[in-house]
Design a protein around this ligand. Sequence first.
Ligand SMILES: Cc1cc2nc3c(=O)[nH]c(=O)nc-3n(C[C@H](O)[C@H](O)[C@H](O)COP(=O)(O)OP(=O)(O)OC[C@H]3O[C@@H](n4cnc5c(N)ncnc54)[C@H](O)[C@@H]3O)c2cc1C
Length: 488
Amino acid sequence: MRIAVIGAGLGGLYASSLLAQKGHDVTVFEKNAVTGGRLYGFTQDGFAFDAGPTLLLMPDVLRHAFERLGQRLEDHVALESIDPVYDVYFSPGEKLSLSSDVQKTKSDLSRVDPRDAARYGDYLAESKKHYDAALDFFLQRNVHRLSDFLSVKAAQAFFAVGLSGSYSDHVARFFKNPRIRAALSFQSIYVGGSPAKIPAAYSLIQYVEATQGVWTVKGGLYQIAVALKKIADKKGVRIQTNQTVSEIVVEDGKAKGVRLADGSFFESDVVLCNADLPFAYAHLLSKGQSPVQKRTLDPSCSAFMMYFGVKRKLPLKHHAFLLPEDFAKGMQDLFDAKRLPSDPGIYLCCASKTFPEMAPDGCDGLYVLVPVPNLQAGIDWNQAAPAFRKTVLGKINAWLGLDLEDSDFAFQKIVTPQDWKDRFGLEWGSTFGLSPTLTQSAFFRPQNRDPRIKNLYFVGASTHPGSGIPIVLFSADNVVHRIQSDFP
Ligand SMILES: Cc1cc2nc3c(=O)[nH]c(=O)nc-3n(C[C@H](O)[C@H](O)[C@H](O)COP(=O)(O)OP(=O)(O)OC[C@H]3O[C@@H](n4cnc5c(N)ncnc54)[C@H](O)[C@@H]3O)c2cc1C
């Protein structure tokens, strides 16, 4: 079968190789010059940076993905676990270290609140139930029919997976101390959602961090995408970069191929869309063909990024999170009022601490991610970026005593929500795709086969099962399985 794939992000690259391995004739069209999508990185002046993902969870999922392609992960990338997984700062100098050694985390939690620390084991046991149920019921499988939603088994799954309450209520059931609640809730932002609005199911993130650890990759996580591109080439996938798809061509209710920006038409039996689903609905399908109107979709938050090549060594660990002092207000600013917070939450990654070769001698690379409202907030980033940069840098300096100023930087780069939109076609600049709210999670997230257009499939963060490296790999496995069973 001839298959046209739109986009060479993680989902597109992995699914293409699987499809080529099954004997299909696969061509991928990628709008950018480089493949990997959001899983990308760059080098400058002797510094190497991840630009997107920096925390690898569930490493076995990645390992299995390479195995499915007949490869050994270790022949392509070197994984390293980081422990303590990260430091969480509540105020200047006041922090908690979370570890993949449960006893170590418990003892650090007990410094903050011994009664809450005693509940940590129970909390993880409950989160494990969410993890196990999610693996069984939706992460690794397709939802086929309406009856799948209505069966007794699905109803049981609904509760077992933790879809019936919010993440923050779930955390509050176990812990009273506001600091501990905040330290165990902010992980909802990994998938771009507010802890008050996304289902408790996402506490599985905590479970995997605490029991499987947080991993990184020598040279940067984007080496995963570099390796997948090499494998795709070997499998005979034709990847055309600098090729923007402008339309999914549909005739008589069937996808017939793709139209490229230069007007040419590429005919195919199947179209697999890795471009983010809200973008595809809004721009690649003509009006009336999209199953859901764009306005009914709820996008995740965005990210304001700064990458600094620092000409000295920094007193930092690999990962650190600086929470808003008033965590609840910080979340309200971000997700409800949709305004730039005066006290932003900040994530820092200093990968050259683990891999010194990622920066010149005597230097460190500093990656700064600040969750910010998506473009629905109407913020003009050309105007807002310089002042917001100052606020963020001011907080980093004040809380960590770094004294960073312009003369410390060999270079600096800023990426705003507008850049995410322009570079990767992410509607509203929402870096994590569709928000993981209840109505956009698990069985309710847009599925990987279009409900109205035959032969059109989706893979990637805004489709079932969701965002993040391991989850997008599941998405690719699921869609390939679906295509194989639709075209035996
Ligand atoms: C700042 C940031 C930090 C993150 N941190 C983590 C983390 O620490 N851990 C983790 O697991 N996950 C993290 N994620 C999430 C993770 O990066 C994504 O879930 C994953 O990479 C998405 O892959 P994808 O294949 O769905 O989409 P994408 O990477 O968006 O790929 C889609 C591809 O389609 C291309 N495309 C779009 N439109 C067209 C068109 N019209 N024609 C041709 N090509 C087109 C795009 O250029 C892109 O290459 C992070 C994301 C961001 C942005």
